[in-house]
Ligand binder design. Structure first.
Ligand code: ADP
Ligand code: MG
Length: 740
């Protein structure tokens, strides 16, 4: 990647935790990790290799050993990043490493112990202290969100229905980049409030998991803080800067053992590996800089961190290690990962006046409410003036009046008005010259006036409450948001920052000197005598020997990397085999148990959603035409029931019969006689049967009866069915013929 003026590399620091009791009891009293804090170097010893094998050395921006303090890591490596977030840059801190190496300890730590508070609580303190100490012309708005990615699904940890809620979707906008749609965000006014938000999220995380450790090592947790700051610029207008901070605790980087894993667990393992391996691929692609394509879209995690890796953000990666010999492979992988990440170049820039700044909306809304309140205030003043018949003079401008005073005045005014109306009502009641009707009307009118007055008062109170609530969310610089630390403590903090800065600079210089030493060695070589020449040649030889050792190291490293690739390929093949088996099993079920037409129906409804990276069902009715296309249920004729089958009629008449409950047997009573035939007299019926128009063959007779019985049970009473009409008409025509 080409380095341009504004680009800077991702800061990578490494932290190694102390040996735990279990590891000590296993006999690994001596760890395999050694650190040079001054040079920022990690030296790793392979416990399985012969002692002659060279040690592996990696250099980072800073390293923290088992004795390191949370505060040191924060002051040296995190504080500058939070400062730039407060200045309007995007910033990301992510902890990467094997489960149990101290990612959560580094990010969160033990909240109650000031010595053990991690990056997140320290950042909370830092942000709100900064706001309280900034100039009073600055206004701030701080928001927090908390989400986790579990099995490639984004879950909102601040949503009260966290467990049952749908997974959230990722969206992209040219303004803010990639963001999570519908993610809850809480406006926080103090450290206490933001800590509360964190606690709510942590509880949701714990509830969602059967085994907290298991769950947390398999999910990625992202705590997002947005700090918006408005300050008047030289042009007199208020300018807004927005800094976004992502605090990320990643899932454990160890390989999930896949042998024998089936079903849900297999999918889970594959998906965790997907996010982390996608992260690895993104880091490799960015670090090597040759490949134009960076596979951000391969996983949710990489899309969310797109800005932080190779984008518009400052990024710190904390790689955590365990010192135990049994985790040598994982430790080496983590170090390699971290080493690659060092080469990523970001282009951080200040987010100035973005269109979607919430602070701007807040300011507009507050101004609108203020105007409304002033308007109301003016109205009641006028009324009062009209009522008193005298000027309601007051010193000072309306806007400069204290809000509390205004409220008190408004309340006073309402009280006086109520008393006046009461008095007037009393006067009307006692007036003997008024008619009863007139009295009633006047009293009603006064009552209505009082009602209006109360409504107006309520509306004003609601408006005031809303205004106050909105205004209280904006933090103004210089105000006592958290308890002001005394001057001495302030100085102490500044000194500590200075020391941290000094240490960092010193380390950078040492590292540079080391590189320069090797480069300038040759320049100093001038031979004045044979003796010197011998010395020089010996030095050169030593240098070549050094180079040779380096070559051997690199060769060994290449071998290591190859081995690792072979291992991961084998694992991937294993996963593939398992997934193929599962797929074959599912195919077998589909082929043998699902009717082809059902299968085709389902297949036709499936579409692939590239955003979500999964197959989805199309709705049966297209969403936009849901109402227009849906057919209406036909209305039944007035006073007439809907058609009902013969079988259902019989079933209703007979009540539940055990026979019909078990078997769905159609019962056809073909010999039902229609009630219309009852009204005909015997002779005409005989005539009718004998008439040439009526067929007397038994089959035809039965068929016509069936038709009759159907029409009898289906047609409305006042409309005679065509078949009955026919037979009746036949009878009518036959009867006079017989009479003749
Ligand atoms: P991870 O989140 O990486 O799975 P944890 O942060 O839960 O690991 O750490 C595992 C254990 O190790 C915890 O009990 C934690 O207190 C301890 N631990 C981790 N790092 C340190 C450290 N630097 N100093 C002391 N204890 C640590
Ligand atoms: Mg953890």
């Amino acid at each position: 990647m080409s380095k341009n003026k504004s680009s800077e590399s991702v800061k990578v620091v490494v932290r190694c935790r102390p040996l735990n009791r279990k590891e000590e009891s296993n006999g690994s009293a001596e760890g395999i990790v050694q650190m040079d804090l001054r040079l920022g170097q990690v030296v790793l010893r392979n416990p399985r290799a012969p002692p002659s094998e060279p040690l592996k050395t990696f250099t980072f921006d800073a390293v923290y050993d088992a004795n390191s303090k949370q505060r040191d890591l924060y002051d040296e490596s995190v504080r500058p990043l939070i400062d730039s977030v407060l200045a309007g840059f995007n910033g990301t801190i992510f902890a990467y490493g094997q489960t149990g190496t101290g990612k959560t300890y580094t990010m969160q730590g033990a909240w109650l112990d000031p010595e053990k508070r991690g990056v997140i609580p320290n950042a909370f303190d830092h942000i709100f202290t900064h706001i309280s100490r900034s100039q009073s012309d600055k206004q701030y708005l701080v928001r927090a969100s908390y989400l986790e990615i579990y099995r490639e699904e984004i879950r909102d940890l601040l949503d009260p229905n966290h467990g049952s809620a749908k997974a959230l979707e990722l969206r992209e906008s040219p303004e803010t980049g990639v963001y999570v749609r519908d993610l809850t965000s809480c406006v926080c006014k103090s450290v206490k409030e933001i800590e509360e938000v964190m606690n709510v999220g942590n509880q949701a995380r714990a509830v969602g998991a059967t085994d907290m450790n298991e769950h947390s090592s398999r999910s990625h947790a992202l705590f997002l803080i947005t700090v918006e700051c408005s300050q008047p610029g030289p042009d007199g207008r208020k300018h807004i800067r927005v800094g976004r901070l992502n605090l990320v605790d990643l899932a454990g980087s160890e390989r999930q053992a896949k042998t024998g894993v089936r079903g849900e667990r297999l999918k889970e393992a594959a998906k965790i590996n997907l996010s982390l391996s996608a992260l690895g691929n993104v880091i490799s692609a960015l670090a090597d800089g040759r490949s134009g394509h960076v596979p951000y879209r391969d996983s949710k995690l990489t899309r969310l961190l797109q800005d932080s890796l190779g984008g518009n953000a400052r990024t710190v990666m904390v790689a955590t290690l365990g010192p135990a010999p049994q985790h040598y492979d994982e430790t080496l992988t983590t170090l390699r990962y971290a080493n690659r990440a060092k080469n990523i170049q970001n282009q951080p820039r200040v987010n100035e006046d973005p269109k979607d700044a919430l602070l701007r909306e807040f300011q507009r809304e507050i101004a609108r409410l203020r105007a409304q309140l002033n308007h109301r205030k003016g109205r009641s003043k006028h009324k009062k003036e009209d009522m008193d018949g005298e000027g309601w003079e007051r010193d000072g401008d309306e806007d400069t009046e204290g809000d509390d005073e205004v409220e008190k005045e408004a309340r006073e005014y309402v009280k006086q008005e109520e008393q006046r109306l009461e008095r007037e009502k009393e006067a009307i009641r006692e007036d003997r010259f008024l008619l009863a009707e007139e009295k009633q009307r006047l009293l009603g009118e006064k009552e209505r006036m009082m009602g209006d007055l109360r409504k107006e008062q309520e509306a004003t109170e609601q408006l005031t409450a809303k205004y106050k609530a909105m205004e209280s969310k904006l933090l103004v610089g210089g105000k006592n948001i958290i308890d002001h630390t005394n001057e001495q403590q302030k100085m102490l903090e500044i000194k500590r920052q200075e020391i941290a800065e000094q240490t960092r600079k010193e380390r950078e210089m040492q590292q540079q000197m080391l590189v320069q030493d090797e480069e300038t060695l040759e320049l100093r070589e001038t031979f004045t005598s044979l003796q010197q020449e011998v010395e020089a040649k010996t030095k050169k030889l030593k240098k070549y020997l050094k180079l040779y050792a380096k070559l051997q190291c690199i060769k060994a490293e290449i071998q290591d990397v190859n081995d690792e690739h072979v291992r991961s390929r084998q694992e991937l093949e294993q996963t593939q085999n398992e997934l193929t088996r599962e797929l074959k099993f599912k195919y077998l079920i589909i082929e043998n148990f699902i009717p082809p037409e059902e299968k085709n129906k389902i297949m036709n409804r499936l579409t692939f959603d590239p955003e979500e990276d999964q197959w989805k069902f199309q709705p049966l009715v297209p969403a936009e035409s849901k109402f227009s296309q849906m057919k209406k249920r036909p209305a039944s004729a007035v006073g007439y029931k809907r058609p009902i089958s013969q079988y259902a009629r019989v079933a209703i008449a007979m009540g539940p019969h055990s026979r019909y409950r078990a078997e769905n047997i159609m019962f056809l009573e073909l010999d039902m006689t229609p009630p219309t035939s009852v009204s005909l007299d015997r002779s005409s019926e005989v005539e009718c049967n004998q008439s040439p128009s009526a067929d007397s063959s038994p089959t035809k007779d039965r068929a016509s009866r069936v038709r009759k019985s159907r029409s009898w049970c289906q047609a409305p009473k006042n409309i005679t069915s065509s078949s009955s009409n026919m037979s009746l008409a036949a009878c009518h025509t036959a009867a006079p013929a017989a009479a003749q």
